[in-house]
Ligand binder design. Sequence first.
Ligand code: G1P
Length: 284
Amino acid sequence: MIRTAVIPVAGLGTRFLPATKAIPKEMIPIIDKPTIQYIVEEAVDSGIEHIIFITGRNKSAIANHFDYHPELESHLREKNKLDELAGIRELVSRARFSFVRQNEPKGLGHAVLCARHLIGKDESFAVLLGDDIINSEVPALKQMMMVHDDKKAPVLALQEVSPEDVSKYGVVAGEYVSDTILKLSGLVEKPEPKAAPSNLAIIGRYILSYDIFGFIKETNMDTTGEIQLTNALRRYKEIYGLLFQGKRYDAGNKLDYLRATVELALERPEFREPFSAYLKNLCK
Ligand code: G1P
């Protein structure tokens, strides 16, 4: 059973400047929910009970968001805004939250390593990246847990991307062992399109074993001074990729962020009718 998730949130969010100058990129909302809340909800809906944020300077708003707020709560109670009150209390009560500071910007591999002292030696755990918002019927992490239960080996989320986009992702080589599951034989971080082994990209969801910490320690920094998780993953003897069901948005990309806002709004009953009428008019 996977009960712990690591969520790295130390990044500076430069793709979303100027919005991210004074607030963490993870707190930028899609409609009325910070993007990080979508990630946390996917994790708890998949059965995660403990969330470890790997955090950095100027990220205290994230800790505040996942904590009780007695003043606000009594205000909502007095004003009889009971739905809002239940919403903010429920989020905090659904998991335990821990915070570890990543005090050097040494990449995703290093961020994951920062959680080592909070993970049991026999424990497998999830890693979720905050930029990847996945909208699906069955939470994407839950889909991966089912593969992990079956294979008893690490699992990565995969998605096909267009060949010119492979250089933005970790890219895999492997053999299909079912319609949607591949046994992986190669992993390359951000390859040039010509050197890419496929157009199957790693999306920010991983189920890993404790061994990853040893592998990260053995992994050299790349030319940018970062320890890439993808390079450490290559040391697993057996590792799988799942082409998950669902739509993924890159919340750090402004166009994709806009798409996520429109599409997720259209899924909410209170917006569906007025908003689709508005869009139809706009596009006439
Ligand atoms: C990270 C990983 C990359 C992965 C991507 C998914 O890259 O290093 O392998 O494909 O997340 O979003 P980043 O987007 O942080 O540069």
